[in-house]
Design a protein around this ligand. Sequence first.
Ligand code: F6R
Length: 609
Amino acid sequence: MCGIVGYIGPRPAQDVLLSGLSKLEYRGYDSAGVAVWNDGDFQLEKSVGRLAVLSDRLEAQPLVGNQGIGHTRWATHGRPSDANAHPHADCSSAFVVVHNGIIENYMQLREELTASGHTFASETDTEVVAHLLEEKWTGDLFSTVLQVLQVVRGAYALGIMAKAEPGKLIAVRKHSPLIIGLGDGENFIASDIPAVLEYTRDVYILEEGELAVLTRDGVACFDLEGHPVHFEPLRVTWDAVAAERGGYPHFMLKEIHEQPKAVRDTLSGRLSEDGLSVCLPELPWSVEQAKQIDRIHIVACGTSYHAGLVGKVAIETLARIPVDVEIASEYRYRNPIVTDQTLIVVISQSGETADTLAALRKAKASGNRVLAITNVVGSSVAREADDVIITWAGPEISVASTKAYTTQLVALYLFAAYVGALRSAVDPGTVAQLVKDLATMPEKLEEVLDTAPLIEQIANEFSAWNDAFFLGRGLDYSVALEGALKYKEISYIHAEAYPAGELKHGTLALITEGVPVVAMVTQDALYEKSLSNIKEVKARDAHVLALAWAGDAEIAKSVDRVLYVPRTVSFLAPLMLIAPLQLLAYYASVARGNDVDKPRNLAKSVTVE
Ligand code: F6R
């Protein structure tokens, strides 16, 4: 992953670069650096640690100049260090480069370059690009870059400047996201749109295999053979402050509280006005097309994978199509059994996750239709899939995914009902009831969020423990998996999710006096069974917090605490259960003094394998 920015114009470049990088820190934050062009030379400043460390250094000793590139890093090749931080330069510092992605053949290139006399200053794959520019210099930056691109293999978004050609910035995109910001007498590059929104709303999302040459006065785009390509900028209409914290102490808490709105936005225009059916205008499928689907493979990573598990139940219930849910990093290397009629559904908040994208490409290569459920319009996943359902969660900044998951669930319920109706697999009355129930979700979610103070209190107690267990049956288990992931990734407390009936086959041995157990009990058909499992852990003196329907007086007799959620049908329970689990993880993380929005070792967008 990593985030890159570049600027050319009249402003102090350092300020623009630092401001852009601060919007990209979600992509990586183990080191950062900038290179600014001034008076015939590049000035570089890089430092291991958060961007704040670099900002402090630059405040003490500013780099003066109006053109530069910057980078925030998430280490892949070479540990986080000053030397490995970008930008990287060649032996004579004639070129500076920032890079997001992986140069796959860098070992071989490095050996060849070393043999021909180049000296490397870092352990990174990126540095070979700088030395290759030096090695292949033709006297012209554009043609040299094209030559270099012919020998590097892998995924990259690059920002490049050359001493010999001041007033020029080159940007290249191949399998890693990159956008151009178009200003008046100034231009920008960045890994993501929020990095330039302070300065311009006119952006161009570079296509796969495109190169852009930026000067103050203009931008020209080319393919990797050097042929000019026409490009159409788009105007960003969403608000820059939507990406700010808006008064909350952390983005995660803000994003948890944005869920009623995110769900409302994702439902908007997708429930028919007569309240009887689901409309997905973005999927103008014929009845025949829907009927032909023989199987669905849902492919995703992490939280999005967990949403897929709920999607499986939704689709199998409403559309009666068999569904397999697969982890993208596994799926991409398997030889899955598919027919021409198998639909591949990829789920990705960012739309840039490398494994999910690879699974999508694999499916397309085998001729399968791909539907993407993603939160980012214009992302690689959105652009490469045949059909796209956008989740309107808005920008998700916190590394731990919250509102994206909830809106993915909504999208999956909508899709299941839509396809089920097309296939006549579900009766119209059931769809009408679902539409009615879904419409009440935003309000019910608001009620759930009102329980935050109680959850904070429980989380404070739970945070003293080094373990936690999350139990459930059926859909409750699918949500338990996401609850446990959230808990471990931000609180750093060991957390495991189990199908409640499976405990006695081994894990029960871990249940000791006082250990926190969070038990979901919202699947009406499995209520008695879940209760028995709760009794099993209670008999071993666990401290049980139940998540149950409002009005369930019975459950309180068997557990230590109950957190009630507003009643809806068991089928939609995941939409009610997830916010309390997110809040539990959030407050446990705060209680432990962790960096909630940027948990250790993680980054928001995993654009490497
Ligand atoms: C966990 C989390 C990750 C992501 C995963 C996939 O809170 O955010 O597990 O869900 O990295 O990311 P996307 O959905 O962007 O493909």
